[in-house]
Design a protein around this ligand. Structure first.
Ligand code: ZN
Length: 254
């Protein structure tokens, strides 16, 4: 029997796995067995969004030897009061680079402007080229129902880019500051991030200009704790996996 191709293998792993706790580490373990490093890409609107939402999961992938890239749609140009857009972009992209170093990821920037992102044909093509150049197996991005329009833009552009890649990479949506920003988020996948919590916090805290400690204590520590309660582990990150494959048997006796 011929060994499975990377995509066939990953797809088979996903289809064989119902919506379980720590599905991503299951993929990690499966890929390790087959010695197939996965290419994992996270698309966030601003520096600090990927770190808030899924730095733990990304760190787990990186620690297991997979290639992790983070695409920042903007450099957070309008996110530091009193600084020009250029100054803020320089500060925040350096913070993003530092956070990626902690996670074990490469940082890429898509070139849109914080607070002025657009969704049109040119931007769709741009994101399509950037994402496909990463040849992703797994993609993470913002849940699209979100109060922040830059988050909406990142989500829609990523969805369009994923649709254009054949076969489609697996797509997982993440939550950011749920209740204020992400809304109506219905997770169906949980990852236990207890073992990499220090890395997640350090990556978030690297965003000094955004007061990463406050983002953690006010927003994402309660979220990680609650998702952990839902999943029965100390701390978890939750995702919505877009299921485009055959339905898995998830109910006993069915
Ligand atoms: Zn954001």
């Amino acid at each position: 029997m011929n060994p499975p191709s990377r995509r066939t293998f990953v797809k088979a792993s996903v289809l064989a796995t119902p919506l379980l706790l720590a599905q991503s580490p299951t993929l990690i373990a499966a890929a390790e067995t087959a010695k197939l490093p996965l290419r994992v890409v996270c698309v966030g609107a601003h520096p600090d969004d990927p770190e808030s939402s899924c730095a733990g999961t990304l760190a787990l992938y990186a620690q297991a030897g997979h290639k992790v890239s983070i695409i920042y749609l903007t450099k957070g140009e309008r996110g530091i009061p009193g600084k020009s857009e250029d100054e803020a972009a320089a500060i925040r992209s350096a913070e993003a680079e530092a956070a990626c170093q902690i996670i074990g990821a490469e940082a890429l920037f898509a070139g849109q402007i914080d607070g002025a992102t657009t969704i049109d044909s040119a931007r769709t093509d741009e994101m399509g080229k950037l994402l496909s150049s990463c040849r992703p197996d797994i993609v993470f991005t913002h849940w699209p129902i979100d109060a922040h329009r830059d988050h909406q833009a990142a989500s829609v552009l990523t969805f369009r880019a994923v649709q254009a890649i054949k076969p489609h990479p697996h797509l997982y949506y993440f939550e950011v500051d749920t209740g204020s920003e992400s809304q109506g988020f219905p997770p169906n996948t949980y990852v236990d991030v207890s073992s990499v919590l220090d890395a997640k916090k350090a990556a978030l805290f690297a965003h000094h200009s955004q007061h990463g400690e406050v983002i953690w204590s006010k927003h994402h520590e309660p979220i990680a704790t609650w998702r952990g309660r839902e999943a029965g582990v100390p701390m978890a990150e939750a995702f919505f996996r877009l299921n485009r494959g055959p339905l898995a048997k998830t109910l006993p006796g069915t």
